[in-house]
Design a protein. Structure first.
Ligand code: SAM
Length: 276
């Protein structure tokens, strides 16, 4: 098995994404006008159920203003900015895609949150932070791109303080292989889905105790049904980031959820000592 990182990097290469965002965001006003994280919601939340999912995850994980939070696979930074704005915490985002990190920094300048939110390019499998640096780690719609789950969850455990929270919101395998292309992978070569049970086993083995365990497939299906009924989302939307084919990729995700080939898992864990 390959680790697939080069393929994943290619999938999220998104050349020129910052320039496209600059052009698309002109609908909100001139470049020197500050934007709110809420205004960016159509374009910067790269997961099912958008803001609502991030709010719920933060509530379940008990994130508060005095916390230092790491967002692993932070995309163009929507969840990190929204979390900082709603919870008052400090957030660092890490993402494999350099164009995404560049876009995340640009958007954070536009929202004036540079003192609270920062981003760095890097791999979730090799986090460049000291042991025990964070109070909480978020992982939203990222694990499905990562083959080496034991290493991913060990790295997350390493950078968390003992008793710290790990909150994950991810796509899991249900009944059979999904149909591609999908928003995170055009082919199975860059998709590494696990079932919910296998995900939990891998996370607990890395030194975590389960606090919250929710199958959110029903909520995701309802969200996709509502999107289908309401027609294409207004611009700017994720098509600005991933290109015009994104609408089809998102529709395929919705169909795979409706067929229950895949599901959505929300879970929160507490960092405990690793098993020997
Ligand atoms: C579907 S997007 C989700 C982005 C963000 N969490 C959000 O919800 O808006 C998946 C992100 O994971 C990142 N990613 C995938 N594999 C990664 C890895 N090994 N290390 C760091 N980031 C990774 C991708 O570059 C992409 O930005």
């Amino acid at each position: 098995m390959t680790d697939g990182l080069d393929g994943v990097r290619d999938h999220y290469r998104a050349t020129g994404v910052t320039e496209r965002l600059k052009a698309a965001l002109a609908v909100f006003g001139p470049e020197d006008q500050q934007l709110t994280p809420q205004q960016l919601g159509g374009v910067d939340q790269f997961h099912t159920r958008g803001f609502a999912a991030t709010v719920e995850l933060a509530r379940l994980a008990g994130i508060t203003a005095d916390m230092s939070v790491l967002d692993v696979g932070s995309g163009i930074g929507g969840p990190a900015r929204f979390l900082a704005a709603t919870c008052g915490c400090q957030v660092v985002g890490v993402d494999l895609s350099e164009p995404f990190v560049d876009a995340a920094r640009y958007l954070t300048e536009r929202t004036g949150q540079g003192g609270q939110v920062s981003f760095q390019a890097g791999s979730a499998l090799e986090l460049r932070f000291d042991d025990g640096r964070f109070d909480a780690v978020l992982l939203q719609h990222v694990a499905m791109n990562i083959a080496d789950r034991p290493r991913l969850y060990r790295e997350i455990r390493r950078v968390l303080k003992p008793g710290g929270r790990f909150a994950t919101f991810d796509v899991v395998l249900k009944r059979g292989e999904p149909h591609y292309p999908l928003p995170w992978a055009r082919t199975p070569a860059t998709s590494f889905l696990l079932t919910a049970a296998a995900t939990r086993d891998a996370i607990e083995l890395a030194g975590f105790r389960t606090l919250v365990w929710q199958d959110d497939t029903g909520a995701a299906k309802a969200w996709f049904a509502q999107m289908r009924a309401s027609g294409p989302p207004p611009s700017p939307n994720l098509g600005v980031v991933m290109g015009p084919e994104f609408a089809q990729l998102a529709a395929n995700l919705g169909q795979n959820l409706m067929d229950e080939r895949i599901g959505i898992l929300t879970a929160v864990f507490e960092a405990v000592s690793t098993k020997t």
